[in-house]
Design a protein around this ligand. Structure first.
Ligand code: PMT
Length: 419
């Protein structure tokens, strides 16, 4: 198993966001002995729910059977650019458009040279020129070919264009030489293609998530609360588990079941949530405060139900006390931990959130517009803007809360790598 591939992805492709849960993966195979590893790569993608289509160069057919790739992918394998029967099935431009990510494995020196020059003289190179999807290259060749100045120049050109390289690795080469040139293992190529989204990409991280709306009791029957359903925080917890993190979910009351694998800490009030967060924070590598924490609590919580007869006239005065700001408190002691807050705003979203991140001191603020019916409270979708401490923003399109969770976790992963 190699070690270098993930870092290459992070350096070169760290800016792109997560793939969809069931991405379209276009696997382009060129002619090298390492093509024998491609069936395993197809299986890895399929196991994770990806849709896989394969296209190969004429020479690749000598190293791996198109029938094997067709059987494993469940899709016809494309080889020829000009074959009407193949084009009829799915045209080469449609194929290029279809892909959420394009993986070239093995990528020969010849193929990379053509790609660097923009040559499109067969199906594989034409698709590479036509696609706008992220491209991941897994080179494989003799060490001298890899170290040749032409190849070095081509790799530089491709990296500058944002192509992600995974490998090659050092070791015994098929040509009998030793050195750099072995294609990375299928599992490493798979992880590079998925990026941070890969299952297991958060292994070793302990992520603390808060969710739901706190409930501040007035008496044993009544309380002050808000509309939070917990869906956003639970989605973060679920996605973090899927990516291999240890997850502690501190939840105010919701009607949701805790995702399998999380350690659930049930709380009611903001003060209880604060105690629970503080108890878990030190042991964690990241905190995501998705909970809607009440800013105020009744100064007195009656132990017995307040009777109507006790109230004189038509009004009752409720004295409220300010609750501690949990996010600001833990941000002040975070050290190398990553702290993510949310901002529930009904207007001037970005301006308000920029102000908020300054007062909270967290690493990332996820601002959502709670005036929309398809975002914020209770909905299954959310439209968020990421704000960083320097005030820069990234606006995400409307996504499921699970997808928003994935994007938050991508950011956390990136921040963790810089600490
Ligand atoms: O639960 P859902 O129905 O899925 O809805 C999701 C959501 C709208 C609740 C969620 O996306 C969201 O925006 N959560 C934060 C809500 C909130 O309390 O926003 P705020 O702008 O008032 O607070 C800013 C941040 O400070 C939040 O991270 C909050 O958790 C935190 N906070 C607030 C008050 C307080 N006393 N202590 C805190 O830590």
């Amino acid at each position: 198993m190699s070690t270098g591939s993930k870092m290459v992805f992070l350096e070169e492709g760290g800016g792109r966001s997560s793939l969809p849960a069931e991405p379209n993966v276009l696997l382009l195979v060129s002619g090298g002995i390492a093509a024998y590893k491609i069936p395993e790569l197809v299986r890895e993608f399929r196991r994770e729910g990806a849709h896989v289509r394969c296209a190969m160069t004429e020479s690749a057919k000598e190293f791996v059977s198109p029938l094997v790739l067709q059987t494993l992918s469940g899709e016809a394998v494309r080889i020829s650019l000009l074959e009407p029967s193949e084009e009829g099935d799915i045209g080469h431009i449609d194929l290029a458009d279809w892909a959420d990510v394009v993986v070239v494995a093995p990528a020969t020196a010849n193929l990379m040279a053509k790609q660097a020059l923009g040559i499109a003289d067969d199906l594989v190179t034409t698709v590479l020129l036509a696609t706008t999807a992220p491209i991941v290259l897994a080179p494989a060749m003799n060490v001298n070919m890899w170290e040749n100045t032409s190849t070095i120049k081509n790799v530089k050109v491709l990296k500058e264009r944002g192509v992600v390289f995974v490998g090659p690795e050092a070791g015994d080469l098929a040509c009998g030489w030793q050195g750099m040139g072995r294609m990375s293992e299928a599992s490493d190529i798979f992880r590079a293609a998925y990026g941070f989204h890969a299952p297991g990409s958060l292994k070793g991280e302990r992520i603390l998530v808060t969710a739901g709306g706190t409930r501040e009791p007035i008496d044993p029957v009544r309380s002050l609360t808000n509309r939070s359903s917990g869906k956003m925080g639970y989605a973060v917890a679920k996605e973090a588990i899927r990516r291999g993190a240890d997850v502690v979910l501190i939840s105010a009351p919701t009607s949701l079941s805790a995702p399998e694998g999380v350690s659930l800490v049930a709380v009611e009030t903001a003060l209880e949530m604060r105690t629970a967060v503080k108890a878990e924070f030190e042991k964690s590598s990241a905190l995501v405060m998705a909970a809607a924490v009440a800013d105020f609590r009744p100064a007195v919580s009656e132990t017995r139900k307040i009777k109507k007869e006790q109230v004189e006239g038509d009004t009752i005065n409720l004295k409220l006390l300010r609750n501690p700001d949990i996010l600001a408190e833990v941000s002040a002691i975070k050290n190398n931990r990553v702290v993510v807050g949310f901002a529930a705003e009904s207007h001037n979203l970005v301006a308000a959130a920029r102000k908020k991140i300054k007062s909270k001191g967290c690493d990332l603020l996820v601002a959502n517009d709670i005036s929309r019916s398809d975002a914020g409270f209770e909905s299954d979708t959310n439209a968020v803007v990421f704000i960083t401490p320097d005030g820069s923003i990234e606006e995400l399109p409307l996504q499921t809360k699970q997808e928003v969770a994935g994007n938050i976790l991508d950011r956390i992963k990136k921040l963790r790598l810089t600490r």
